[in-house]
Structures are given as structure tokens and as C-alpha cells.
Design a binder for this molecule. Structure first.
Ligand code: UN1
Length: 504
């Protein structure tokens, strides 16, 4: 029989973490696999958070003058440590967040990938040289380290989202204070320990480049309200972002928000339906529908609806649901009972709004009475009713028919969120229109792949209620630095800009 407490102990040992680290404290970690408490950690009080920020600030002051390529060396070593610890760390993520092992391995791989990306970046934190209107002058911009970066992360990507932020922050010369989800404190503790191993190998890094503060709301608030935290990067619900964003703005701090998504896909008459079926399945039921990029709204052209939707229903009724660390399950448990309740509420709303629902029922309650496994649900909706316009963090796919492409794009964009989107088509005109200024209004717009599972090389984030932040690849690093514009006069005169005459 599967023994989650034993598994947690074994993993802690394999990761080189002391068992005492998970033995006591007011914050309990429950494995969603069977609902058992697998460890405990101490939550940080607001005073402890304040002290932690002070330590991280000291770390920043020393780190900011270390040359960026040398800072990259620390992240390179961290990537090595992660490669060595990939399997046990992924198993711990499975155990604590409930995602299936292949996806947990993928999550750790995302951490390794962002390490590699950040190492390269550490030699490319370029500013521009800009032509100046004044003779014997030079104008340029320099990117400097920003300060302490606060990272607030969610349970569903308990390790990778921190890495996207932290690895960029470290090469940019910042220090990091991390408040992980109170549902996944052990994964965070493991990552912090692995990072410290890299710091040891590096040799002369300042102390407290990465500080972990565990806890719930009060811990997060202490981080959000502290003026020494130059940037707060927060991943979570739109409700959380609505509170956090204005509080940070009120003290003129910077925020990077990754909030809710309500991601859509359009399947047009020319689509390759075999590919579409596979992409829809991974995006809608993968991670038990608990990615911010999960597919939630599917718009199918009326000419292909009756070919595609019955196929999806067959997959939905047969997809293997079960223990994410054993067997062949593709769908693990929901994170907790509250997630199950929210799913049932959404399905009831869908029915009362005229939807026809297949699936959604609880599974495996006999073997796991304290865990929340569900059959993924597919809801055929008469239109884009209210329930389809809100994000429910569960495997529910709302399916709608459309007639004209204009109508499909309009429906697609008619929700408050704007994270990820996709289209399945082999028609060049449709694909390009979807990608154009008049197409999808999301931060991520894909053709012939689903909305989830982004690579780290692109900028990750979305518009509207998703919060507008961009993390990970492309030029996201700029959010973790401050820009100084420099004008240098190497002449013997003092010409003023705009030709102003101010001779005395
Ligand atoms: C998230 O769900 O918070 O694109 C992040 C994806 C992953 C990241 C998801 N690379 O699905």
C-alpha cells in the first residue's frame, strides 16, 4: 500500500534534508494523494518576515557589485544541483501538489532550463547606446540590480515559478525572499536547501541571497507592505492580485502579477482533429485542470462539432485517474476538498445555465477517503454563460459551438482574463488573424498547440485580469533591474538640450 508519510521521509533523506526540518510547526503539509499530513514547518510571524527581509537586503548590498557573469556561475551550479536531485525533488512535488510524476519531472526540468537561460543572460544584460543631439556627448543606459525581490507562489507550480523569478533575480544582482503556498511548504524547503548547496559550492556568495518565509496570508502581507522589497512577483488568484497590486502601488513598489486565466481554444473546420484531440486532452485534464494555463473554454465550428466532441467525451470517460506516483494515471487528485467543492458548484451552475455535463463525480473515495479524485468533466454549453467566464481550478472543459470566425474571436476575447489561447486550423488566413492585433487578446497565443505547457524561453504572462506581468524568457529580466540613463559630456562646452540658451 502507498504510504505517503514514509515516502516523504525517504525523499527528505534522498534530498539531504534533516528529518527534524519537517517534524514540527504550526503549518501542516497534507499530501493530496491520500490527505495525510506528511510534514510540518513553522510559519514566519510578521516580525520574522521583517527580519528576513533585513537579512536579504544585506545580501543584496553585497551581491549587487559582484560582476554579473560571476553571479551567473552561482546559477550554473544551482542547475547542476537540480540535475542531480531531479528525481527526488519531482517525487516530492508529486507527493505534495498531486501532479503526476512525468509532469513533476517536467516542472523540475523547467527549473533547470531557466538556470541555463539565466546563465546565458548573465553575459547579456545589455543597455543601449543612444544617439545624442549634443556635440561631444554620449548617451547610454545601464541596467543595475534592483533590490530585494519578493516571490509569492502558488501550490500548482510549487518549485518552477520560484525558479523563473529567482534565477533571473540572482543573475540581475538581486536577493529573493520567497513565500511559497502554505499548501506546498516542503517542496519549497527542499528547493531552498538545494540552493544552499549551490551557494556552498560557489564559495564566496554573500549570506541570505535566498530567504524562505513560510506561512499564509499574514506572512504574504508582511512581504507586500515592506518598502525594502523593490519588486513583488505574485502568482495566484485574481482576488489575491486585486489586493496585492494596489497595496504595492501605494508604496510605489513594483509588482509582477500572474493571476487567473480562463484559456480558450478555437477549432476551425480545417483543423487536424487528431492533433486537436490530443492537445485539448493534455491542456484540459492534465495537472487535473489546475494550471493557470489549463484549457477551460473550447469553441468548435458547427461543421466539425459532431466529429470532435464525441471523441473528447470518450477520452474523458476513459482517462486514467489515480495516484500520481503509482501506475499509469494521467490525472491525479485535486489539491483539497475546497477545490472539489468549487468544482461541484461550477458544475451545478453549468447545469442551471443550460449546460449538459458529463463527468465531474468523485472517484476512489473508498481507497482514499481523505483525498479528492474526480472524473474530468466536459460541459456542453448553450453559449458563454456566466460560469464559463470565471476560472474554476479543476478539470472542467466548457464546449461551445460557433458559426462564423468573427463570432469565435469575439467570444474568445469576451472574458475578463487574458492569459493563454490557441487555435487549431490549417487555414493560413485564420491562423494569422488569430495572431494579429485584431485576434486573440491574450499574452500567449498559439497555433496548432494547446494553451498550456509553455517553454521558458518566451515571456510568460497575460493581459487584463491576468495582471499584465511577464516572467521567464525573452526580456522579462528587465523587471528585475533598474535602468539608469547616462549622458556624458567629453567636450569643453556645455550645450543644453533643446538648444536652450542660458548664458550667464
Ligand atoms: C502556472 O500554471 O502557474 O505554461 C504556470 C505552462 C507552464 C507553467 C504554468 N509552463 O503551463
Amino acid at each position: 500500500m502507498f504510504e505517503s508519510v514514509q515516502e516523504a521521509r525517504t525523499l527528505f533523506e534522498r534530498l539531504g534534508l534533516p528529518q527534524e526540518a519537517i517534524a514540527s510547526g504550526d503549518l501542516a503539509s497534507r499530501s493530496p494523494i491520500d490527505g495525510t499530513v506528511i510534514g510540518r514547518v513553522a510559519a514566519a510571524s510578521p516580525d520574522e518576515v521583517e527580519a528576513a527581509i533585513g537579512r536579504a537586503y544585506e545580501g543584496f548590498l553585497a551581491w549587487r557589485t559582484v560582476p554579473a557573469p560571476r553571479r551567473g556561475e552561482l546559477v550554473r551550479l544551482f542547475g547542476e544541483v537540480l540535475r542531480e536531485a531531479k528525481e527526488p525533488l519531482a517525487r516530492l512535488v508529486s507527493l505534495e501538489a498531486g501532479k503526476i510524476l512525468p509532469e513533476a519531472l517536467g516542472e523540475v526540468q523547467e527549473m533547470i532550463d531557466i538556470c541555463d537561460f539565466a546563465v546565458g543572460l548573465s553575459r547579456q544584460l545589455h543597455g543601449l547606446t543612444i544617439t545624442t543631439e549634443r556635440p561631444d556627448h554620449r548617451m547610454m543606459e545601464t541596467w543595475h540590480p534592483l533590490g530585494v525581490v519578493g516571490v509569492i507562489s502558488a501550490f500548482n507550480f510549487p518549485v518552477a515559478v520560484w525558479a523563473w523569478n529567482a534565477c533571473l533575480a540572482f543573475v540581475c544582482g538581486d536577493s529573493v525572499v520567497w513565500k511559497p503556498s502554505e499548501k506546498t511548504p516542503l517542496s519549497a524547503l527542499a528547493v531552498q536547501t538545494l540552493f544552499e548547496r549551490a551557494v556552498e559550492r560557489f564559495g564566496d556568495a554573500p549570506a541570505n541571497l535566498s530567504v524562505l518565509v513560510q506561512g499564509g496570508r499574514a506572512t504574504g502581507e508582511a512581504l507586500v507592505d515592506d518598502r525594502r522589497v523593490a519588486l513583488v512577483s505574485a502568482t495566484g488568484s485574481t482576488r489575491m492580485g486585486c489586493e496585492v497590486g494596489p497595496r504595492i502601488a501605494a508604496r510605489f513598489g513594483r509588482s509582477l502579477l500572474e493571476l487567473g486565466g480562463n484559456n480558450g481554444m478555437i477549432v476551425t473546420p480545417s483543423a487536424d482533429l487528431d492533433l486537436a484531440e490530443r492537445a485539448i486532452t493534455f491542456a484540459a485534464v492534465g495537472t487535473a485542470g489546475q494550471r493557470c494555463t489549463s484549457l477551460r473554454r473550447l469553441f468548435v465550428h458547427e461543421d466539425v462539432y459532431d466529429r470532435l466532441v464525441p471523441r473528447l467525451k470518450r477520452v474523458w470517460s476513459s482517462v486514467e485517474v489515480g495516484n500520481p506516483l503509482e501506475g499509469l494515471a494521467l490525472v491525479g487528485p485535486l489539491i483539497d476538498e475546497a477545490a472539489y467543492d468549487a468544482m461541484q458548484t461550477a458544475l451545478n451552475d453549468a447545469r442551471s445555465e443550460g449546460g449538459v455535463v458529463q463527468g465531474g463525480e468523485r472517484l476512489l473515495a473508498d481507497s482514499f477517503p481523505d483525498a479528492w479524485y474526480v472524473r474530468p468533466a466536459i460541459a456542453e454549453m448553450p453559449g458563454q454563460t456566466p460560469v464559463t467566464q470565471r476560472e474554476t481550478f479543476a478539470p472542467i472543459l466548457y464546449v461551445m459551438r460557433y458559426r462564423t470566425f468573427d463570432e469565435a474571436i469575439a467570444l474568445h476575447n469576451a472574458v475578463p482574463q487574458g492569459l493563454a489561447s490557441s487555435i487549431f486550423t490549417t487555414d493560413l488566413r485564420e491562423a494569422e488573424r488569430f495572431l494579429s492585433a485584431a485576434g486573440s487578446d491574450c499574452g500567449i497565443v498559439n497555433v496548432n498547440i494547446g494553451p498550456s505547457g509553455a517553454e521558458i524561453g518566451g515571456a510568460f504572462g497575460g493581459e487584463k485580469e491576468t495582471g499584465g506581468g511577464r516572467e521567464s524568457g525573452s526580456d522579462s529580466w528587465r523587471a528585475y533591474m533598474r535602468r539608469s540613463t547616462n549622458t556624458i559630456n567629453y567636450g569643453r562646452d556645455l550645450p543644453l538640450a533643446q538648444g536652450i540658451d542660458f548664458s550667464v
